[in-house]
Every structure is written in structure tokens, then in C-alpha cells.
Write a protein that binds this ligand. Structure first.
Ligand SMILES: [Zn+2]
Ligand SMILES: [Zn+2]
Length: 174
């Protein structure tokens, strides 16, 4: 069991097992939700996350991309966002991984980590070599996976990188 919690400490949770995936998501939702450059989101099966203390408040946000609801679970006292559940993917939960007590407990390797939404990544963000980088989401439509780029050397994001990702995404979508 690996535990995490909010800033004020009233809301606590724990997860069982390793994450199914680690997603560095650079989409606008994740930028706004974190106030940072991207969300480090660890995905678990819903039964593998347990709220240990407190009771999160839920904000329902309609995704611009899918039109489906994203449920944002946060602490009503201090406002820290702890995890997401999804109308579109009802069996999984995505943790705001900066809320883990030990933020380095899970592995980040080319096999376990994905990068989403290079199309809107912020200037100066560095993407590692050798890991799958998607121009947008992993899914380009219902049940249709999109193709990632894998870079030979680390990439520092700027306007040209975003433009190339958008162009790559278009060829990818056919
Ligand atoms: Zn709190
Ligand atoms: Zn995102």
C-alpha cells in the first residue's frame, strides 16, 4: 500500500500494486488542474484505491475532447486535487501523483510511461528520448489507438515542436 494525501492532511488515500500506466499529460485540462506544465497521472483499477481519511468533494467537468464527464476528487478544506475518475473509462482511477507521500515510489521506464498532448506542451518542457509521445490522447477515437512518436534524443518543446506534433497527428488520423 502506498499512501498520499492533500496539503492540509485531512484527506488521505492509499493504492495497492504498481500503476497500470504512468502518463505525463500535457493537455490544457491537466495544465489548468495542476497549475503546472503537466500532470503526472498514475492509473490504477478503481478497487485498488482506498480513501483512508476524510471525504473528497467532486467537481464534474465536461471534457472538450470527448464530451464525457471527468470527476475531479479534491479536498473541500484545502482544495488539493487527489484523483480523477472518468465517465469514459469507468473502471480506472487516475492519481495526481504529486500527492503521494513518496513521489518516487513507482517506476518510470520506457515500458511504463507515456506522454500525451505534445500538441499543447509548454515552452521549455523536456521530453525524454526513447519513450512513446502522443500528439494528443492515446485514443484517437472510440477504441482506435493513435500512433506515438519516439525521439532519439530529448526534445525541448517550442512552437516548432508543437507544430510538428500537430502535423504528425493529422497524418496519424488519416
Ligand atoms: Zn486538505
Ligand atoms: Zn491531460
Amino acid at each position: 500500500m502506498h499512501e498520499g494525501g492533500c496539503l492540509c492532511g485531512r484527506l488521505r488515500y492509499g493504492v495497492r500494486g504498481q500503476p497500470k500506466d504512468v502518463i505525463n499529460c500535457h493537455c490544457r485540462f491537466c495544465q489548468r488542474a495542476t497549475g503546472g506544465a503537466y500532470l503526472v497521472e498514475t492509473l490504477f483499477d478503481k478497487p485498488d484505491l482506498t480513501v483512508i481519511a476524510g471525504s473528497p468533494k467532486v467537481y464534474d467537468h465536461v471534457s472538450e475532447g470527448s464530451g464525457k464527464v471527468i470527476h475531479v476528487h479534491f479536498c473541500p478544506d484545502c482544495g488539493t486535487k487527489l484523483f480523477l475518475t472518468f465517465e469514459r473509462f469507468p473502471e480506472i482511477v487516475g492519481v495526481f501523483s504529486g500527492t503521494f507521500d513518496d513521489t518516487n515510489w513507482f517506476e518510470r521506464t520506457a515500458e511504463t510511461r507515456l506522454h500525451f498532448f505534445l500538441e499543447c506542451a509548454q515552452d521549455g518542457t523536456v521530453l525524454p528520448a526513447g519513450e512513446p509521445v502522443y500528439p494528443a490522447h492515446y485514443w484517437q477515437g472510440e477504441g482506435v489507438p493513435s500512433t506515438p512518436q519516439v525521439f532519439d534524443a530529448p526534445v525541448v518543446v517550442d512552437e516548432d515542436v508543437r507544430r510538428a506534433a500537430i502535423a504528425f497527428g493529422k497524418t496519424n488520423r488519416g
